[in-house]
Design a protein around this ligand. Structure first.
Ligand SMILES: Cc1cc2nc3c(=O)[nH]c(=O)nc-3n(C[C@H](O)[C@H](O)[C@H](O)COP(=O)(O)OP(=O)(O)OC[C@H]3O[C@@H](n4cnc5c(N)ncnc54)[C@H](O)[C@@H]3O)c2cc1C
Length: 373
């Protein structure tokens, strides 16, 4: 066997969830990450819209995202060789019949500024007159450099002695003699603690381990990329969305991404874009704005995975000793990762939870797996 087969903790999945929690735990424990693909980040982590939006998500994700702000604005020295967050405001538009969504936005939202139509038009000159009746600006949002954030955690993990194995699908998982024994094409590995950070495959990993699944549902989201040549100032447009989240668009790398915010339930797989969903996103963008889309540059699809109540599932399984859930990050797993991973690591180690995250409003009962058991 090429490496030690015994670890304190084995993490299944090298997406943002697995990489970030493992980086914390490797400070004091021998940690192995098993990743089934030939590189980390191949699935959902590499396919996000890369937005930091502290007013987006269910209450636990709002708490994690808000408590992650300091980290993404000011990462520790040496974590990343560039900024993790580039400020970009978000503009929420209330279209016809969407009053109820505005109420929810205002109830959970913080720091939103209501604008007049004229002010909104100044910030988003392509906004079509008459499309929306109310306009809200969130000035505290931005674009996250997902690759830098993810690589930063993996670098930290390795610098602390952590080991990452790719092409290492956890094929069978057994509990033997008080340890998890995990067989992969690259060898058999053992640890007292197993962290299930397998994203869309979270329930399948649980089933392999003989643990009752949560009822996770991967939902496909499709993103199209359109050229914006000839639209003055497009690179500086805010992220724009309607309050009902039936479409969003934001500038990215000299182009613009657009989505109909589709959320189609699917089985875990290597996701691809749904052309119809992209066509709908483009149509809604053209209804809301004066942008004329004549060509699609490229597109991608990804899986956002949700627990039945849409909140993440973080904590030890009540019935399977040493089996720790870290799944159900939905569409918020990047923006929340810094605080979520600190909290998860403290829970793995059975230490006091970070006070700043609790102060941001986290209710432990909202994230524990026992709410489904
Ligand atoms: C289109 C889209 C837009 C999004 N936009 C945003 C956004 O703007 N902001 C935001 O915060 N979030 C966003 N998200 C959500 C975010 O990307 C996810 O919440 C996050 O990436 C989930 O990370 P993860 O590590 O749980 O999953 P993944 O990145 O999928 O990682 C799970 C890993 O587990 C591995 N694995 C599975 N089974 C096994 C096994 N048996 N053995 C070994 N390895 C295994 C997989 O190969 C995979 O690499 C978006 C998602 C999508 C799809």
């Amino acid at each position: 066997m090429p490496m030690s087969a015994h670890f304190d903790i084995i993490v299944i999945g090298a997406g943002i969830a697995g990489a970030s929690v493992a980086a914390h735990l490797a400070e004091t424990r021998r940690v192995l990450i098993l990743e089934m693909e030939d590189r980390p980040g191949f699935h959902t982590t590499g396919r996000s819209a890369a937005t930091y939006e502290p007013n987006y998500g269910p209450p636990p994700m709002l708490a994690f995202t808000r408590a992650s702000r300091d980290f993404v604005v000011n990462p520790p020295p040496g974590f990343a060789d560039g900024p993790l967050l580039a400020p970009r405001a978000s503009l929420f538009l209330e279209a016809e019949g969407q009053q109820a969504f505005t109420e929810t936005l205002l109830k959970l939202g913080a720091g939103l500024e209501e604008l007049t139509g004229r002010q909104a038009g100044n910030i988003y000159p392509v906004l079509r007159e008459g499309y929306a009746s109310r306009f809200f600006l969130d000035p505290n949002t931005g674009d996250i450099d997902v690759d830098l954030l993810h690589r930063g955690y993996l670098k930290l993990f390795k610098s602390r002695g952590g080991q990452l194995l790719t092409n290492a699908t956890a094929e069978t998982i057994e509990r033997i003699g008080g340890k998890w024994r995990i067989a992969t094409p690259q060898g058999v590995f053992e640890s007292a603690i197993l962290i299930n950070a397998a994203g869309a495959w979270g329930d399948l990993v649980a089933k392999k381990a003989g643990v009752k699944p949560i009822g996770l549902q991967p939902k496909r989201r499709s993103v199209g990329v359109i050229p914006v040549d000839g639209i003055a100032g497009a690179a500086d447009f805010p992220t724009a969305t309607d309050v009902a989240e039936t479409w969003y668009a934001k500038p990215q790398s000299g182009k613009m991404i657009v989505s109909s915010a589709d959320a189609t339930p699917v089985d875990p797989h290597d996701a691809y874009a749904d052309d119809m969903a992209i066509a709908e996103g483009i149509e809604r963008l053209m209804t809301a704005t004066t942008i004329e889309v004549t060509r699609l540059d490229h597109s991608w699809g990804g899986l956002r995975t949700f627990a039945p109540d849409d909140s993440p599932v973080i904590g030890y399984d009540q019935h399977a000793e040493g089996f720790f859930w870290l799944v159900g990050q939905g569409g918020y797993g990047i923006q929340s990762a810094p605080a979520l991973s600190r909290t998860a690591a403290a829970m793995v180690m059975k230490e006091k939870l970070p006070q700043d995250v609790m102060d941001a409003g986290l209710m432990l009962s909202d994230i524990l797996p026992n709410r489904f058991q």
